[in-house]
Structures are given as C-alpha cells and as structure tokens.
Design a binder for this molecule. Structure first.
Ligand code: SF4
Length: 249
C-alpha cells in the first residue's frame, strides 16, 4: 500500500517484513483486519509471541496487572518479541505515527534498530490516513462499529469507561474474562489490581452506572465530532500520550 500512496513511495522496499506481536488477547476484529491487510499487502504478516502470550507473563508478574504507569505488557509482549525477532540484523522499523500526533511510546533503543515515521515524514495527518484506508478499500477496523477506538487487547487499560461499557455490551465474555484478572483484597490495600482507576469492572454491571458512563462518554465525544465513527476515532486516538506506539497497530 505504501508504494501506491503519494509521499510514501520511497518507504517501500523489496524484502519488507510485516510483523504483529500477538498478545493472544486480541479482538476478533483485529485478526480479521490483519487478514484483510495481508490480502491488500500481498504478503504474510509474521505473528510473534506464539508461545508466551499475556497469561504467561501475568503469571510471572504474580497477578499484577499492567497499567499506564507499569506497562510490562508492552515491554514483554510487544517490544522484546520484536527485538528478539530482529536479533542483531540492522533494520529500519516503520512506526505509523501520523503527522498530527504528538505521542510518545515504546520504541526500541537498540542501536541496530533505526526507527522511522513514514506518515509523519510525509506530512500525512488523520484525514490523510482515512483517505489512504478508504482509497485502498481496506476501510477502518470493524470494532469501531460498536464503539471501540483502538486495536489493543480486549482488556487494554487505555480504554475509557465508555469503551469498557461498550465491551460489556458487545463482548460480555471478554468483559467477564477481564473481570477475572482483577484482584480486590479487602484485607490488603496493596492488592487492589483493577483495570479502571478507582473502580472495579463489576461497577459497570449495574445498569444505572453503565447508563451513566455511556451517556457521559457520548456527551464528551459528540460536541467534538461530526458523528462519524471515523471522527470519533480521530478524537480518541489524538489523546496525546495515552496509548503506546507498539500497540496501535
Ligand atoms: S494493547 Fe494495552 S494491554 Fe495490550 S499490550 Fe498494549 S498497552 Fe498492554
């Protein structure tokens, strides 16, 4: 696709590899999008982490949940598998940060991995990305049809309460699984591992609370968007520094 988009032609090279670090906790729509992407690229996307997904590391971290302050998931499920795959080869890693984004995230500091930002370097902003996706026929991932705004794990802690409520509505089994990872030990204040800050996911099982969260989410988004999911996506993903580059596939 890069070779056909004005401004991105020189980023495409023979022998390019596409990799996806699979946490084994991805949304079905993410896998479906990867398949569509493979068809568009005419190339397989190499899946990393085949043997050690989220549960493996969660156990090693004694049930301690990752959070924006301690992103062990990004480090062990995204960055390290990528670096292991690369080994000592000299590579250029392309990061899909847009020209209008000002985010920081996990990027490799290994001297043999050079990071480049094709979209940023070509001045392609949010509208430009949407145009590329529409022109290619790929469109946006279908999880956006029900309110999810990024392709992270089912239980990604970067979700807003609104997105958690939407997850419960759309995928109760993933919501239930996420609840199962939480630890709320009344006897030990140091053992309160919840995905949302300050409240367990079970708080959203209460229909009134869920309704309140959904309405607040819509009130927050509506004035800033034209009502299209693509615009909502732009607003949400434009939140500076709230997501990691390794996880925004
Ligand atoms: S998507 Fe979220 S939970 Fe998954 S690895 Fe990335 S930061 Fe962690």
């Amino acid at each position: 696709m890069a070779g056909r988009v004005k401004g991105l032609e020189h980023f495409r090279h023979d022998g390019m590899e596409y990799v996806f670090c699979d946490t084994q906790k991805e949304l079905p729509e993410t896998y479906e999008y990867l398949a569509r992407l493979e068809a568009e690229l005419g190339s397989k996307i190499i899946r990393l982490n085949a043997k050690a997904g989220f549960d493996h590391w969660h156990k090693l971290f004694n049930g301690y949940l990752p959070s924006p302050q301690n992103r062990w998931c990004t480090k062990y499920l995204k960055l390290k598998p990528f670096e292991a795959h690369v080994g000592n080869d000299n590579v250029v890693s392309y990061v899909g940060l847009r020209a209008d984004e000002d985010r920081v995230g996990y990027i490799s500091r290994k001297p043999n991995i050079k990071t480049r930002y094709p979209l940023k370097e070509a001045g392609i902003d949010y509208d430009g990305v949407i145009k590329i996706l529409e022109d290619s026929g790929l469109g946006l991932p279908t999880f956006m049809n029900w309110g999810r705004t990024n392709s992270g794990c089912t239980f990604c802690f970067f979700q807003t309460p609104f997105e958690w409520a939407k997850l419960l509505e759309h995928y109760p089994k993933y919501f239930e699984e996420a609840m199962g990872y939480e630890t709320i030990d009344p006897a030990d204040p140091n053992k309160q591992f919840t995905w949302m800050e300050g409240a367990p996911l079970s708080s959203l099982l209460d229909p009134e609370e869920r309704e309140r969260v959904l309405e607040a989410g819509i009130r927050e988004i509506a004035p800033k968007s034209d009502g299209k999911l693509a615009s909502i996506f732009g607003i949400q993903t434009g939140r500076a520094g709230v997501a990691c580059l390794m996880c925004q596939k």
